[in-house]
Design a protein around this ligand. Structure first.
Ligand code: FE2
Ligand code: FE2
Length: 348
């Protein structure tokens, strides 16, 4: 910082190595036993943080947490539930957010209503929530459901665009209005661009560039509404790749998902098998679904077992060694790095 307190040019030059230093000191693992213990201690309304900058992880985009949903009978006893279900018994709204979210159901069964469409799920399935889609999760079993969620809150907060609108806090809404309780559009005024036809000045290039800008939101929203949502665990298609073992991509922009920030895959390693050593610009949260083993992350070695979660900071060489047959669920911000032109993956 200069004497006046404004950033110096040198602070830009020094940032990268300083960030490397911060990455090398990042927390790398969250133990499943600790997550479970904390889950037992807090009430339903609060998630347990798994990967988050506040826990010492050098994550700039990803936040992971584990949360539960009470059986519907218990929800129905809670104040306001009947009214919130809406006329006709539909379970719309819930909440929505500008951040991306991918949910993996660890335990239980139920359904989610996403943009008014019901998706039934059980443990082992995934739900990818499109940006700003109203959604609600309902537990149809007798026991609490448990899910692991990854969201892009740290990134969206950094750019000032993290918006959560919840049916319980309509006074906090900034896009929807309490008068239009079923409003489903992120775009105020929806398809109305606010520009009258005669205002488009001829066919000038500048006018066309501006037209694309003002029309983007509506087109993007239409695309989002066709995004894939549900992926069933039994439909995962494991295929060999140079990364080692077999990989099933779950959420990915190349697979019909309107995913601009987050991607998800599951890797299967046989007993004694190792993944290829690689590094990339994106950060990674790796949840151990099954098996035990160890990983090399940078110059550290981390052992893992079922329920543990590893964090791989950007540009950090890493490889996973399976002691017995393992399944690793990995969330990344690969699409984000691609969208800003900074996706580099180096293999071997
Ligand atoms: Fe959500
Ligand atoms: Fe990786």
């Amino acid at each position: 910082m200069s004497e006046a307190g404004s950033p110096t040019y040198e602070s830009n030059v020094f940032f990268a190595q300083d960030e490397m230093e911060r990455r090398s000191k990042s927390t790398l693992v969250r133990r499943g036993a600790d997550i479970h213990r904390e889950l037992e201690e807090i009430d339903y309304r609060n998630p347990v943080s798994v990967i988050d900058p506040s826990l010492g992880f050098q994550s700039r985009t990803l936040r992971c947490f584990v949360n539960r949903v009470a059986p519907a009978r218990e929800q129905e006893r809670s104040e306001g539930w009947k009214e919130r279900k809406g006329a006709g018994g539909g379970t719309h709204l819930g909440h929505r957010h500008t951040v991306e979210a991918v949910i993996y159901f660890l335990q239980g069964k139920g359904y989610s209503v996403v943009n008014g469409v019901r998706y039934d799920w059980k443990a082992g399935d995934f739900i990818c929530i499109p940006v700003f889609a109203w959604h609600r999760h309902v537990n149809t079993g007798d026991e609490p459901t448990v899910h692991l969620a990854v969201v892009s809150v740290p990134f969206h907060k950094a750019i000032g665009l993290s918006v959560f609108e919840d049916e319980q806090y309509p006074e906090q809404w900034i896009f929807a209005s309490p008068e239009s309780f079923s409003g489903e559009s992120l775009v105020p005024g929806a398809a109305d661009t606010g520009v009258a036809d005669e205002e488009w000045q001829g066919n000038s290039l500048a006018s066309e560039v501006y037209r694309r800008e003002v029309e983007f939101a509506v087109a993007e929203e239409a695309e989002r509404q066709h995004s894939e949502v549900l992926v069933r665990g039994e439909d995962l298609d494991f295929q060999p790749t140079p990364l080692g073992g077999e990989t099933a991509y779950v959420v990915h922009p190349d697979l019909g998902f309107n995913a601009r920030v987050l991607a998800t895959y599951v890797q299967r390693l046989r007993q004694g098998e190792a993944s290829a050593r690689h590094r990339h610009m994106y950060e990674e949260a790796v949840y151990v679904l099954q098996g035990s083993g160890h990983s090399r992350i940078g110059d550290q070695e981390v052992t893992w077992g079922p329920g543990d979660v590893l964090f791989v900071p950007p540009l950090t060489w890493h490889e996973h060694h399976a002691g017995d047959e393992a399944r690793l669920l990995t969330h990344t911000n690969y699409p984000l790095t691609r969208n800003i032109g900074l996706s580099i993956t180096q293999h071997g």
